[in-house]
Every structure is written in C-alpha cells, then in structure tokens.
Design a binder for this molecule. Structure first.
Ligand code: UT7
Length: 335
C-alpha cells in the first residue's frame, strides 16, 4: 500500500476587495458588528467582466500548484473539484478544468460537500493514491459566492460572511514512504441539512415554481443559515474530529505544529483553540482578509501558511472542516 503527500499548493483570489464599509452601503450592517461577530475585515468578490468564474479561479490556483509540484498537466491522473457554486448546474467544475488546462481524458470528479469539500476531496485523492491506481491527483476548492448572495437587509446575516476564491493542491504518491497524509476522517448528519442550505433551484423546486409561489420581495433561492445552530454544532464537531484524527495516530494536541481550520468564523477558530488549549502559533487564520470561502478556505489558508514559511518538513499539520449537510472531517498530515 502506498501513501500520499501534498507536493504543490496554489491559490487565487479576485482583485476586487470588498470591505465591511462597502457592504454597509448595500445593507443595514456595519464594520463593528461584522468584526465583532466574525473577525472579517474584508473579502474578495468577482467583479462583472473581470474574467473570473469558479472554474477559472480553480484553473489559476491549479496552475500555480502544478508549477510548484514541478509537474506538467500530462502528469495529472485525476481532477477532484470541490465547490457549492459551480459555473453550471451541471456538468461540474472538474470537466471545465480538464478542458481549460488541456488535460488528457483523465477522470474529473466533483465533490459537493460545501465547507468540508476540500477535506473530503483530499480524502478521496488519498484513497486512489494508496491503492496505487493513480500517482498525481489535482484537488481544487473554488467558490463564487458573490454571484448568489442576497445583498439586501434580509440576507445580511449570511452575505457579510462569504467571499470568493480558489485553492489547489497536488496530491502525489509519497515515494519516500515517510510521513505524508497519515489519515483522514469524514462524517455527516443529514438531519440538519436544512440548517445551512440553498433549496432552490433544484429538481424538487424548479425556477418557474419558485417565481410563481413567492412574492418578488421574498425570494427563497438565496442561501439560508441558522447561524447560532450551526455555530453550536461547529465548535463541538471541529474539536471532536481533530481529536479523532490525533487518537487514530497516537498523537496529542501538543504534537500539532499547525491547525488549519476551515475559515468559517474567527470566533469558531478561537473557541476551538481555547477548548483544545492550543497556542496562538499552532492555529492559522486568514478569514480576516477573505471571509468564508467554503471549499476554498482550507487550500487558500494552507497555501498562505506554506508561503509564509509556517509549515516545515516534518511538521504535523491538521486540517479540519465543518459545514452544510452537516458534514465535517479532518486530515492529519506529516509534512
Ligand atoms: O462555513 C459554514 C459553517 N458556518 C458557520 O460556521 C457559521 C456559524 N454561525 C456564525 O458564524 C454566527 O452565527 C453568525 C456570524 C452568522 C451570526 O452571529 P450571531 O452572533 O449568531 O448573531 P445572530 O444571528 O444571533 O444575530 C444577532 C443580531 C440580530 O439582531 P437582534 O435580533 O438581536 O436585534 C441580527 O438581526 O444581529 C443582527 N444581525 C446583523 N446586524 C448587523 C445579523 N446580521 C447582521 C449584520 N449586521 N450583517
């Protein structure tokens, strides 16, 4: 049985910076509320005409990751694309990346697991590498949230949180056999699916029906989130799944060199840090600059942490995510 490791990382965010003050011009909100409740100062939004889309941002991040892995597109055996905001309802972003990057007719798989999408995606990649079926897999997390948010007062508790961007990782066979992805741990609890969801358009609730059934001022095809409910579950599940990963590898919290939590809310990260008694330098956060970019948040943060020299060979890096579904997961990596 082989093991896998991350051999290249890249990220891309649109140039357009949207501050909390910018949002307060669109809806009844303010910088103090947003910073106090979420830690977010600004986020990036695709600007109409800037040439970006979920798949295009994914390609930009992937191009950097491939270059850093020292690989050409021909070396990639599979694409796994995590997003909740694909360019098209179908097909998914994976096939768009395959076409845009001029890749061979390799498999392209989309993962629909929202905030835990990237952790699910690297877990899938890890399994394909372990069996020896593939040698190099391109994993992308990318989101265009701004295209689908409600920027009126009604949507303020959701719209101030989310931002656009993409991150990518090349997962390769670990030729040295030392370290790499030690284990991944995935979960779901579908009974809470409605608590953070976008219910239409869907095959259950198609566009003409939505429009016919709802007054213009009450359109339900924007994301809904029961914020406090999600928050309470997030802090429990994050800690649980991190501990599960450590236990599976006979490791302790003090062994963690860097925890990269999904950037849901700075308050959630701080809560986990306190609960698990982690020191400041053991936890990486960049939600202040980008907001919550769902499937893209971990690969963006991982790339930045690596670029800033915060991850060295031999370090124990823990990724953990929780989000819509609910779904959650962790990955324990020896760098
Ligand atoms: O990434 C996927 C997982 N997602 C998460 O983990 C998110 C989890 N939840 C959260 O992060 C927090 O619940 C939020 C940041 C979404 C909200 O913070 P909160 O402390 O739970 O606030 P709240 O929803 O209880 O709202 C408190 C007050 C309300 O006013 P009243 O009823 O007290 O008068 C809201 O109407 O804040 C009001 N409010 C706002 N005020 C200014 C809600 N959104 C805003 C806003 N600006 N943007």
């Amino acid at each position: 049985m082989y093991t896998s490791k991350i051999t290249g990382l890249g990220h891309y965010v649109p140039e357009n910076v949207v501050t909390n003050d910018d949002l307060s011009k669109l809806m009844d909100t303010n910088d103090a509320w947003i910073q106090e409740r979420t830690g977010i100062k600004e986020r990036r939004h695709i600007k109409k005409g800037d040439g970006n889309s979920t798949s295009i941002m994914g390609v930009k991040a992937a191009t950097i990751a491939l270059e850093r892995a020292g690989l050409g597109t021909d070396a990639i055996d599979m694409i796994i694309f995590a997003t909740l905001s694909p360019d098209m309802y179908f097909p998914g972003g994976g096939v768009e990346v395959q076409e845009m990057m001029g890749m061979r007719t390799i498999p392209a798989l989309d993962v629909r697991n929202q905030c835990s999408g990237f952790v699910y995606a690297i877990s899938v990649a890890d399994q394909f590498i372990k069996t020896g079926m593939y040698k190099h897999i391109l994993v992308i997390g990318s989101e265009n949230h701004s295209g689908g948010l409600d920027f009126s007062d009604r949507g303020r508790s959701v719209s101030v949180i989310f931002g656009d961007g993409a991150g990518a990782a090349v997962i390769s066979r670990n030729e040295s056999g030392k370290g790499g992805i030690l284990s991944t741990h995935l979960h779901s609890e579908g009974k809470h699916k409605d608590e953070l969801s976008l219910q239409g358009p869907s095959t259950e609730y198609w566009v003409p029906q939505i429009i016919a059934e709802n007054p213009q001022e009450d359109i339900p095809y924007y994301p809904y989130m029961n914020g406090q409910f999600v928050f309470k579950h997030a802090i429990v599940r994050f800690a649980e799944v991190i501990q599960e990963g450590l236990d599976a590898n006979n490791l302790k919290v003090s062994d963690i060199d860097l925890l990269i939590p999904h950037q849901a809310n700075l308050r959630i990260s701080q809560f986990i840090q306190q609960k698990m008694k982690l020191r400041d330098e053991q936890v990486f956060n960049n939600i202040q600059k980008y907001g919550n970019t769902t499937a893209a948040s971990i690969p963006i943060a991982l790339t930045e942490a690596w670029e800033e020299g915060k991850i060295k060979e031999g370090d124990l890096v823990v990724l953990a995510a929780f989000g819509s579904g609910f779904t959650w997961g962790s990955a324990i990596i020896r760098w």
